[in-house]
Design a binder for this molecule. Structure first.
Ligand SMILES: Nc1ncnc2c1ncn2[C@@H]1O[C@H](COP(=O)(O)OP(=O)(O)OP(=O)(O)O)[C@@H](O)[C@H]1O
Ligand SMILES: [Mg+2]
Length: 328
């Protein structure tokens, strides 16, 4: 199911710059990020390591590296997270946005029972103990834990990585957040478990109308769960469009490169071709397009002038040559 419930953006990032104070000028990390997730929509954020996916995600919870300076806005439910005080941030994290990280073991206290982990937030917000337990059982059932009552008594080490990630997702759902941000939630899991977790996130999103921001470096995985995808390179969004069109007809050479290096098991599929060179950070990128040194289609203008996101097809691409309809 990929339909949208309504058009309210649960997340609206607009012109977000993030700089770290490494020297007096500050090291740029994100440059003009714009990203939107509507209620019930599943949105992918893809890009190579170091492109800024996690920093962008963490900004949604107001969790930026110490000393970071920002401009732009990160609106959740219409309110700017970057302007929130501590009390407002605590409420945002407890109720509106839930984060699921790569390693479920880093999210739970290994010494505490799963039942305590699942009910603590509910009890803190005034739910009586009996009702909190009933809700925890319901959530464990919703994420496919077979013996929810037994699971409440167990400790994290008694679960496999995949089962523990289900528990973390159950905890994320407890407050009925408007948005789930999942930062590579399946990278630490084997392929079969990965598919199950992805299916689970997709189902919960469809059933509950929760917005989902799904971060991965794996385009195939993004395609299986997302309606729309943003592609990041060196701290910038370089392309965004509906998943099907992104796969059928990418307009940015970086997106095409990512697709070409994604292995496919389809019969007759070409063997994967890696993108030449290495990814650069925003701080070390040239004045023009950050991808220029790795791009087979680059012309002199690409090194000199920064391409801006412009409409091509049903989405946006930041490439001087996107309008020429070059075959990627
Ligand atoms: N706490 C921090 N302090 C200093 N630099 C940081 C910090 N967090 C991130 N960075 C820098 O910001 C840039 C983007 O990092 P980020 O973790 O967002 O990348 P990513 O796309 O999530 O990569 P990966 O796929 O490896 O998770 C990198 O250059 C990284 O070194
Ligand atoms: Mg990351």
């Amino acid at each position: 199911m990929k339909e949208q419930r309504d058009t309210t953006p649960v997340l609206d990032i607009d012109g977000l710059d993030v700089r770290l104070p490494e020297d007096r000028a500050g090291r740029p990390i994100l440059d003009g990020i714009g990203l939107r997730v509507r209620a019930g929509e599943s949105v992918g954020l893809v890009g190579e390591s170091g492109s800024g996916k996690s920093v962008a995600c963490r900004s949604v919870l107001g969790l930026l590296p110490a000393g970071a300076r920002t401009s732009g806005q990160v609106r959740v439910g219409g309110r700017d997270v970057l302007a929130m005080n501590r009390t407002e941030l605590a409420a945002l994290r407890a109720r509106q946005v839930a984060m699921v990280y790569q390693d479920p073991r880093a999210s739970v206290n290994p010494l505490r029972r799963v039942g305590d982990f699942l009910t603590e937030g509910l009890r803190a917000s005034g739910t009586p103990a009996g009702a909190a337990t009933a809700r925890a059982l319901e959530l464990l059932d919703a994420v496919g834990i077979r013996d929810p009552r037994g699971a409440l008594r167990r400790r994290p080490h008694e679960f496999s990585g995949g089962m523990l990630q289900r528990v973390v997702i159950a905890a994320a759902l407890a407050a009925e957040p408007a948005l789930i941000v999942a930062d590579e939630p399946t990278t630490a899991l084997d392929v079969t478990t990965q598919a199950e977790i992805v299916a689970l996130l997709g189902r919960l999103r469809a059933e509950r109308g929760t917005g989902l921001l799904f971060v991965t470096h794996d385009l195939e995985l993004a395609a299986s769960v997302c309606d729309r995808v943003y592609v990041m390179y060196a701290g910038r969004i370089v392309e965004t469009r509906g998943t099907d069109e992104l796969f059928d007809r990418p307009r940015h050479p970086y997106t095409a490169g990512l697709l070409a290096c994604t292995p496919s098991i389809a019969a007759g599929a070409p063997s994967p071709r890696p993108i030449p060179g290495r990814p650069v950070s925003l701080a070390e990128s040239p004045p023009g397009c950050a991808f220029v040194a790795r791009c087979a289609h680059a012309v002199p203008r690409c090194s000199e002038e920064k391409p801006v996101l412009t409409r091509h097809g049903d989405g946006l691409a930041a490439c001087h040559r996107a309008a020429e309809g070059i075959t990627l």
